[in-house]
Write a protein that binds this ligand. Structure first.
Ligand code: ZN
Length: 181
């Protein structure tokens, strides 16, 4: 167990979001291949969503801007992909993963250019899809510092949900900005 395990874990998975997710409609019964497709399509989906946007648009209920959410989805894919890569290589110790809010602070989500975030997301989605497919095929288990012991299918479903859910956040951020202007 990590030192962080005493801190309350943020909501995660169908128990926290509902099935389907009460916000974004994501269905947790997707097969791993369907979930991987959600991620593979995420760069195109986000690119279309943010067409004409600055990236600085922010919903009053949300801490990150549109560009911040795109960057978060990319960083989430890279983080979980790196964890799956370690598990695939036989790494049996805990995979220590930084909390998203800490990553956001260090990487300055408040200032990240939208094109940078989209560029990272494109590469992250491709790289993640490759390692995710291999991790599911090998049925690996990831010992994750903040989420505990997870099989590859669970990781794939949750990561796909993150991408799907934050597309909804981007959508409502842009809608709220249009309403205010
Ligand atoms: Zn959702």
């Amino acid at each position: 167990m990590s030192a962080e395990s005493t801190a309350p874990r943020p909501a995660w998975g169908p128990a926290a979001f509902g099935d389907p997710c009460r916000d974004c409609g994501y269905r947790w019964d997707l097969t791993p291949e369907e979930a991987i497709t959600v991620v593979r399509e995420a760069p195109g989906r986000f690119t279309a969503l943010v067409e004409g946007a600055e990236g600085t648009e922010r919903h009053p209920d949300l801490g990150w801007s549109v560009a911040g959410y795109v960057q978060h989805v990319a960083d989430n894919l890279l983080g979980w992909g790196a964890g799956l890569a370690a598990a695939l290589a036989g790494w049996e110790r805990e995979y220590v993963s930084a909390a998203p809010d800490d990553v956001a602070a260090v990487k300055r989500y408040d200032a990240v250019p939208l094109p940078s975030a989209l560029w990272t997301l494109g590469h992250a989605a491709d790289a993640w899809a490759t390692v995710a497919r291999a991790a599911v095929a090998a049925d690996v288990v990831l010992e994750h510092s903040r989420r505990g012991r997870l099989d590859a299918r669970t990781v794939v479903g949750a990561v796909a949900h993150d991408a799907h859910h934050h597309a909804w956040d981007v959508q409502r951020s842009l809608a709220a900005t249009q309403r205010d202007s």
